[in-house]
Design a protein around this ligand. Structure first.
Ligand SMILES: Nc1nc2c(ncn2[C@@H]2O[C@H](COP(=O)(O)OP(=O)(O)OP(=O)(O)O)[C@@H](O)[C@H]2O)c(=O)[nH]1
Ligand SMILES: [Mg+2]
Length: 694
């Protein structure tokens, strides 16, 4: 069965780890009749956590897609993982959907990943609702969590469901917009609908007043109506929430217990009737001039889509998850073109998925999400166009955070190394936050990822599946070298007389520091032709070679301006090679005079911790030569921004975990290079000498 664009709703389920996202997906599939029994995480049989590592670890590692029908609407859900290490998967989930459900734990409220995800959704102005889950657990406290959310985030939270009792007395929820109570039962019996019990009437009244007031904030006209009349009718309340959600002006708050199957029917009702439909929403594209612009999702015109996720499955092979942005893709008919690699392919089959199960579908229309199997033209982020002659745009790539943790890896022998590289490249194709490669500067094979858990999970699975042993260690830091003052003019002649032709070339140069990041600047200031033009490329080659070789500790030299002032050639003995060697020699001498120094990479780090750890974090950062440049408080949480040398941050993923009992989290990106002097520099130089066997 296929679906028209107006009936679609795409929703990402996001949130801090372990808040019950996968359990919510499972219950929704059960309630809508897609599965016969809701499985638990503990059983290892949920629809969404189906990979070996997910079953083994009882956590989500990948984003998984499932769909269901509810009240004539077609709902696509992406269940995303909550652990910081798999943030790339969560980002691809909310990139492909129009709205998210943020799962929040009824005991703990906003946690570190809640805050980080919230920020990411804010940056994209993405609509979202909150589901306060685990109302059945000890210490569950609905009003406390609503207060906590209001403390943490600048948003209009609108309690839309309220609980009947909590902790072990939790009986179900009241849906304020339907004016109904939903009672949950033991076992797999589905929740039942009934009148609101007398004992909760007072509470309900209180929240209903809030609901009316906040719903009015969803739309300017309704706000005016509310100010004039002092109230809104039920139709207007719904309208206020619907428009307010679509415009990201209000955040409806639901509650329930995914363990007990509570809150499931009303949330499905709410999504089907009030969540934004994809048609008319915005996708970001780059136009022909390479500038970003909005494209409105429309079912008219030529088909276009982008791949937001790739998986490589043992049985089904490569699966490319696509979101259709315009027109309609029809199996057996549409031909899609990938402009980045200039290749096209006919779509023979199209699929939807329920977790790992592929279900064929005849077409996917604008706004829909589906899968192309074994496509030879797809990779994550690519654009697919049905009529490239007129469609001169590409979809904007996912913006993923930089890896925060790296390891240098090695294996026992060449055969294992080949196996390892093959496997890692496949993983890197699936997971864009995982990078693998050879670092030419440090001569190490490096893997980078979003944390130690992320990398170790990948490396463990390689060892298991490929039966190889991998050795890991912290990688070397890629220092650089530069100069700190002008050299004055130096001269160097390369002379050799051996039998027949000799070698001769002489150059006079002057070097000076240039702006950080400009790397290399060359000026030929020779007047009067003392060196023929034909030898200049040889001279530049010599400079490049010396800059690659380094001076102090074998790290590449950067940010040097070189002026070729004069030189001398010999009618017979001069050659490009002779001038190259002369240039190298001259540069070596000049650097000696220009006071060479080491440069070290400096990272910008954003650390997120609970207030109680702030003191420890700040003193640790200062012991790591860090400079704090900002601090922001979100309720019980702190964000600290600092610049810290990379060499001090190699193990931060593990240090922070031990300082914060696993609750802290951070983001890291390269900032700039700074000079390194004193004892720290002496150590790097001594280490390099030792490695060279001097
Ligand atoms: N008491 C209680 N436990 C729940 C509830 N929902 C989920 N759990 C339990 O919480 C744990 C985590 O549930 P998941 O559904 O895996 O949570 P998740 O958010 O998908 O976790 P990640 O994807 O790994 O971030 C499991 O042990 C669930 O059984 C609930 O409503 N009440
Ligand atoms: Mg999960």
């Amino acid at each position: 069965m296929s679906v028209t664009s107006t009936d679609l709703r795409n929703v990402a389920i996001v949130g801090h780890n372990g808040t019950g996202k996968t359990s919510l997906m499972e219950q929704m599939l059960y309630y809508s009749g897609v599965i016969n029994k809701p499985e638990t995480i503990e059983s290892g049989k949920t629809t969404s956590d189906f990979t070996e590592e997910e079953i083994k670890r009882k956590i989500s590692v990948h984003t998984s897609l499932a769909h269901l029908k509810w009240d004539e609407k077609h709902l696509n859900f992406l269940d995303t993982p909550g652990y910081a290490g798999f943030i790339g998967e969560a980002i691809c989930g909310f990139r492909a959907t129009e709205a998210s459900i943020m799962m929040v734990d009824a005991k703990d409220g906003a946690q570190i990943e809640t805050i980080k995800l919230w920020r990411r959704l804010d940056n994209r102005n993405k609509p979202r609702a909150v589901f306060i889950n685990k109302m059945d657990e000890d210490r569950a406290d609905y009003t406390k969590i609503i207060d906590d959310l209001r403390q943490h985030f600048d948003a209009t939270f609108v309690p839309t469901f309220i609980p009947m009792g909590q902790e072990k007395d939790f009986k179900g929820i009241i849906n304020l917009i339907e004016n109904k109570a939903y009672f949950h039962h033991d076992g797999d019996e589905k929740e039942t609908i009934g009148e609101i019990p007398e004992e909760y009437k007072e509470e309900e009244e209180k929240y209903r007043e809030q609901l009316i007031e906040y719903a009015a904030e969803g739309d300017d006209e309704l706000l005016e109506k509310f100010f004039n009349d002092g109230t809104l009718n039920p139709h207007d309340i719904r309208q206020g929430l619907k428009l307010g959600l679509a415009a990201n002006r209000v955040v409806p708050v639901f509650c329930g217990s995914t363990l007990k199957g509570s809150g499931i029917i009303p949330i499905l009702n709410f999504i089907a009737h009030n969540f934004p439909k994809p048609l008319g929403q915005v996708e970001w594209i780059n136009n022909e001039a390479g500038e970003h612009e909005d494209m409105i999702i429309s079912d008219e015109g030529d088909a276009s889509a982008y791949v937001f996720k790739t998986t490589i499955d043992q049985y089904s092979g490569k699966l490319s998850y696509i979101k259709v942005g315009s027109g309609c893709i029809t199996a057996g008919e549409t031909e899609l073109f990938n402009p980045e690699i200039n290749k096209k392919d006919r779509v023979t089959k199209l699929y939807r998925t329920i977790g790992k199960k592929l279900i064929e579908t005849p077409f996917l229309s604008a706004g829909d999400i589906g899968v192309l199997a074994k496509s030879s033209i797809c990779e994550t982020n690519c654009t697919l166009l049905s009529n490239p002659a007129t469609q001169k745009f590409s979809y904007k790539h996912l913006e993923l955070p930089e890896p925060i943790y790296a390891l240098a890896i090695s294996t026992e022998d060449k055969k294992s190394e080949d196996k390892l590289n093959d496997y890692l490249h496949k993983i890197a194709e699936e997971d864009l936050t995982f990078k693998t490669g050879f670092d030419k500067e440090t001569k190490e094979s490096i893997v980078r990822g979003m944390g130690d858990v992320h990398l170790l999970l990948i490396l463990d699975s390689v060892c298991d599946k490929q039966k190889i042993t991998i050795h890991t260690k912290l990688p070397k830091v890629a220092f650089r070298e530069t100069i700190s003052r002008k050299s004055g003019i130096v001269e160097y002649a390369h002379k050799k007389q051996s039998g027949g032709h000799g070698q001769y070339g002489k150059v006079l140069i002057e070097i000076e520091p240039i702006k950080r990041g400009e790397h290399y600047q060359f000026t030929n200031a020779i007047k009067g032709g003392s060196v023929s033009k034909g030898y200049v490329p040889g001279i530049e080659k010599g400079f490049h070679e010396k800059m690659e070789e380094g001076f102090l500790a074998g790290y590449p030299l950067v940010d040097i301006g070189i002026k070729l002032v004069d030189g001398k050639e010999h009618p017979v003995d001069s050659s490009e090679m002779a001038f190259k060697l002369a240039a190298k020699g001259a540069l070596e001498l000049a650097i000696e005079k220009a006071h060479a120094t080491l440069l070290e990479p400096i990272m910008e780090v954003h650390v997120f911790v609970n207030n109680q750890y702030l003191g420890d974090i700040l003193s640790d950062l200062s012991s790591k030569r860090g400079r704090v440049s900002g601090q922001k408080k979100f309720g019980q949480l702190q964000e600290v921004v600092a610049t810290v040398p990379q060499s001090e941050m190699l193990n931060y993923a593990i240090d922070l975990k031990s300082m914060t009992s696993g609750t802290g989290s951070f983001e890291l990106e390269f900032s700039h290079y700074d000079p390194l002097s004193g004892r720290a520099a002496d150590l790097v130089i001594a280490e390099a000498k030792k490695a060279r066997g001097e």
